[in-house]
Design a protein around this ligand. Structure first.
Ligand code: ADP
Length: 447
């Protein structure tokens, strides 16, 4: 049953209970009002019977005068009261019995009235009491008993009201408990769930908005850095060409420099294209058989030459059980390795550059790891996170001293992640750095 239906059912039940209580209580209270009136009339009868007897016994009621008038009034009231009491159709049974069955009070009262009327109309105006003492005492006793019976009836009614009130209170309490368990508790749960869903959605919306804000900020930052970075080698290129034109005798020197600036520009444009492709999700990582040992040989033979030129030792360590062929993207693997080794050589003045290659078997999939270790300038720990961001360099003077765009590592890390791997770094200033590149690599069995 849905919460709404349960809730409506509970409300209907409560409304019914309240209406029922109202009707019952209203009836009982009207009956009590009636009881109070009955007690009053019955008490009056007792008092009037005594008054009538007393007035008659004085003998002053024979002649016309105020005493006779009082007596007539009292008798009229007594008669009317009696009529009122006996004509009630809901007379309690014990009282009915006293009047009509056992006690025959109705007859006694009527006889008493008749006697008094006779006494009043008698010509000789006897002062004889219209009723003998014994009969009058009996009448009084019965009238008194009627008052007691009316009082008892009223008291019973009060007890009934109290017990009905108690049961109504119990029923209301039970109904409220049932509502608490079957309606309010599930309703609270539903409200709580809706609230936490709303909170989650709000957080998600805020996160999405924050991401969008960051993305748009990064985009505009990227655009401004890119135009700045492009301008530098462009200016160099045009400057050198102008110098070559103005100084034909030194043109070969300036043209060589112009060529270097042009190459830098090309590297930068390639890097920017890579970044844009990665960000647009347009870079596709190939999954084709790659001759791993061949790539490593190609990379190592080129980088070894660069090392030798700089007077650095080049150390190449590879696991003996390296797979010959793995599934992967040949271009991207060598791009990353060249980038890491170029950096290692670029930022190392003396010592060595080491390339360590391992193949690790793992239940979730085997992977290759390449460690590029150098004994160069190292990176301050506070800069370690920044170097993987676009156009970020550990030291702003780096470009001046070593050149570079600050895009290489950002591209390499994103490519590694696209290959289900990553690039991490540990480094100490003045002691060197270790860049670890991992990638998922399935061994391809020899054909
Ligand atoms: P860049 O073209 O400037 O080399 P990268 O993204 O490849 O751009 O590198 C970012 C920065 O990380 C470099 O400018 C340099 O400050 C730092 N860095 C990278 N590799 C090394 C390394 N082997 N030793 C010291 N610093 C390094």
């Amino acid at each position: 049953m849905s919460i709404r239906v349960r809730y409506i059912a509970a409300l209907v039940l409560i409304a019914t209970l309240v209406t029922l209580s109202f009707i019952v209580m209203h009836d009982l209270i009207s009956e009590q009002k009636q009881d109070a009136e009955n007690i009053n009339v019955a008490g009056q009868q007792r008092m009037l019977s005594q008054r009538i007897a007393l007035m008659l016994s004085t003998g002053k009621t024979c002649s016309n005068g105020p005493e006779r008038e009082y007596l007539e009034q009292a008798l009229a009231q007594f008669k009317a009261n009696h009529q009122q009491l006996v004509s009630k159709n809901n007379l309690p049974l014990p009282i009915f019995n006293v009047y009509f069955v056992e006690g025959k009070l109705d007859r006694s009262v009527n006889q008493y009235i008749k006697n008094v009327e006779c006494a009043l109309t008698a010509t000789n105006c006897q002062t004889i009491a219209p009723y003998d003492i014994q009969a009058l005492t009996e009448l009084l006793k019965q009238l008194d008993y009627v008052v007691t019976l009316f009082e008892q009836d009223a008291s019973n009614q009060v007890d009934t009201v109290l017990s009905i009130e108690f049961y109504l209170w119990l029923a209301t309490l039970a109904l409220l408990c049932i509502e608490a368990v079957f309606i309010f508790s599930p309703m609270e749960q539903t409200v709580k769930q809706a609230f936490s869903k709303l909170t989650r959605l709000k957080t998600e919306a805020e996160e999405t908005a924050e991401k969008a804000r960051k993305a748009s900020k990064a985009k505009s930052e990227f655009l401004s850095s890119m135009s700045h970075e492009l301008r530098t080698p462009m200016n160099g290129l045009f400057g050198m060409i102008e110098l070559a034109i103005d100084n034909p005798e030194k043109s070969s020197i300036y043209l060589k420099k112009a060529k270097t600036a042009g190459r830098q520009l090309l590297v930068l444009i390639n890097d920017i294209l890579d970044v844009s492709k990665i960000e647009a999700g347009k870079i596709k990582i190939e999954q084709a058989p790659v001759d791993l040992l061949q790539i490593l040989d190609d990379v190592v033979s080129l980088q070894r030459v660069y090392c030798q030129r700089k007077g650095l030792e080049f150390i190449y360590l590879k696991d003996p059980d390296l797979p010959h062929v793995v599934e992967g993207d040949i271009t991207r693997i060598s791009q990353i390795l060249h980038n890491l080794l170029n950096n290692a050589i670029k930022f190392t003045e003396r010592g060595s550059v080491t390339l360590k290659v391992r193949y690790t078997k793992h239940p979730n999939g085997n992977f290759l790891s390449f460690d590029v270790i150098d004994t160069g300038i190292g990176i301050a720990s506070s800069k370690l996170d920044n170097i993987f961001r676009k156009f970020e360099q550990a030291d702003k003077t780096t470009t001046r001293d070593f050149g570079g765009t600050g895009l290489g590592l950002s591209i390499a890390k994103q490519l590694a992640q696209l290959m289900n791997g990553d690039i991490t770094v540990t480094s100490f200033v003045g002691q060197g750095s270790t860049f670890s590149f991992t990638m998922a690599a399935k061994r391809v069995p020899p054909a």
